[in-house]
Design a protein around this ligand. Sequence first.
Ligand code: BGC
Ligand code: BGC
Length: 819
Amino acid sequence: MRPGLKLLLSTTIIWAASPAFAQHVPTALSDATAHPAKWPTAGSQGLTDPATEKFVTDLMATMTLEEKVGQMIQADIGAMKPEELRQYPLGSILAGGSSPPLGAPDRSPQMPWVETAKAFRAVAMEPRGKHAPIPLIFGIDAVHGNSNVVGATVFPHNIGLGAMRDPALMRRIGKATAEETAATGPDWAFGPTLTVPQDDRWGRAYEGYSEDPAIVRSYAGEMVLGLQGAPGTKDRIQKGYVAASAKHFLGDGGTLGGVDQGDAQVSEDELIAIHAQGYVPAIQAGSLTVMASFSSWNGAKMHGNKSLLTDVLKGRMGFQGFVVGDWNGHGQVTGCTITDCPATFNAGLDMAMAPDGWKGLFESTVRHARDGTIPMSRIDDAVRRILRVKVKLGLFDPARPFEGKAGVLGNPEHRAIAREAVAKSLVLLKNQGVLPIKASANVLVAGPGADSMGQQTGGWTLSWQGDGNSNADFPNGQTIYSGIAEAVKTGGGTATLSADGSFTAKPDVAIVVFGEQPYAEMRGDIATLEFQPGDKQALALLRKLKAAGVPTVSVFLSGRPLWVNPELNASDAFVAAWLPGSEGAGVADVLIGDKAGKPRKDFRGTLSFSWPKTAGQFTLNKGKPGYDPLFALGYGLSYARPGKVAALSEVPGFDAAALNTSIYFAKGVAPKPFAFAAEANVTRAPIDGPQTQEGAQQLNWTGGPARLSIGGASPINLSRETNGDLSLQLIYRLDRAATGPVTLSMGEGKGFDATSLFTGETGNWRTVKILLKCYQQSGSDMNAVGAPVVVRAAAPLSFSLADARIVSDPANSICPGSK
Ligand code: BGC
Ligand code: BGC
């Protein structure tokens, strides 16, 4: 048994323990310079023409340096007031995933958004300088419909769309999304996401259409055309089109270990062959913008990579729109902070996304332009690109016929498109004769996802992570249960909702809807592909129904393929439904047949991500050595193409619990043995933990005030985790209640009063999750955390610590000592 405390410090352990590790040994670590001649050519269509260029030239001739720099900076509406645009003539605003419209809640319908757009625009369009006012461009994450807005049509997340293999439908989805975006005020959607995820542990896997670059390539141009209209379209915003942003350039889906914002340690050939494929058609279709990736390529942050942003993207690939940064991504470039980063502009970034640091970044960038650190030619190039896009979108024309228009958000045509997409995205993994279900059947609809708009829509919906959404937040949506109920009603059947699967009259069949809870970037990263490791609630439900003699149909809601062999064994039919969005009825369209049991619609979805045979097949991608999936890319049964699935092994093949690690704790920092440092009056001894022999350390404060710290590795930066509402989880047992005040901090911070955590009942293991924000608020420097666990106690106390790790569970986290 492993003695001692597990202080879980690094992701590196995961890689070492992973079977995929051998395939992942970096080859050319130091090489982060691209060779443009190797890259495909593309060429922006419809972005330049003599009249536009002349307009831009004339305008620029009258602009001050401050006005030019302003164009290059984007602020978040949550961190800027419209009036501030008078002093700071910024070119753009965004609404981040957690940024509500002005003076309104995060989950707001159309009109507060419209008012917000108008309020900012009104100030931007006040007369200033020697020229006509320059319109703002307002961006939002309309990544599966205009999904930040209550009442919008929410389309399936990209992973589901990839399963449809229907490029033409992508264009219709793009147009509907554009109209619903323009109707609420923004003129720019931060999509399509052209990532090609290679490691399914990544929390953004579902934002990608496929692990297969060919599928991404077949969709990219169509989505851009849907959002923006054909190249050369005039008066786009007036016609209900918005600007697209192909993202995240480049290699976001290739990071080692599937770590969000991590490092893609791949060769240049692989970067081209896998990750760059979607950008060729997106640029050709005239994508007005491209977003730089948070991630690195071979150790160098994309936001600072001139060879890729300038030489490849703008040079070789002929991209003539502008490159926008990602959320403070510039601040991660070596030598930069969020308020000071000439390197990113010199590398080719045209507009920095500086949500909260915009003021400082504006001032420092003006200074760098003045003293030549950023050459004037670079500033002029960036501004020209931005103004060109604004012209091409029609923003200089004040008419906004779509903005505020009634009957656009969630209208029947858009919802019908989404419902069609849901039906087409379903992938039938197994069917032992139970599907389709007769419309005359009595159906039990069970599982936590059956009647949950929040679960079926997932992350990037109404809130950043998609957590906390209730059915009432989707006035135009329909749950999967409700769709089933409607379908069986037509045939004289019944649908009974019973989340826990209990029933009084035995049903003919049960449809059990379960899967992942909503998540988005960072928080969605996981350590194993096992579904519900250790806590197999869905499996228990399926088995209970089977034991009662009820045939089971599983509808699995997930943002990635997961190891579900036990659940597959316990199901008579199993459907991968991904994150279908607001139109749950699309599920019933395929599962429920007519009265006689003839299908109304057949399955047509096929896997766009390979399905794992073990929980450790993190990087399971077609064409890669050792490819041995349970269901290969392209797999999918249908009523016309039935197939058998034999009983599957229920050994996961990978034990995440043995990893001693948290994926969030330290990004890429090599594991160091944790160290205890205690002042006199604290003793320590190994004892048995809740799970393992000698799996904890007993810590005794024997006298007066003393401090104990655990850490000792080089300082780690937890600022992003803090921003992302992550928590420090402690598993401990109180052995002797505190007899005086106790504080907790990270590093040298003053800390907060945590006495309440060390009083009360002794002798039982407790789990507590403390928001990192509490540490920050009480003075800990989250940018450089030396010791993540520092305990100060004024008087005798004794407790045993078994585990400390960074977790994501904001709803169940606390801030001790604060009201
Ligand atoms: C914002 C998101 C953003 C994220 C990045 C959140 O607070 O709402 O839009 O993507 O931070 O850290
Ligand atoms: C994400 C982007 C998103 C941006 C704005 C970032 O954290 O990586 O995909 O567009 O925030 O919300």
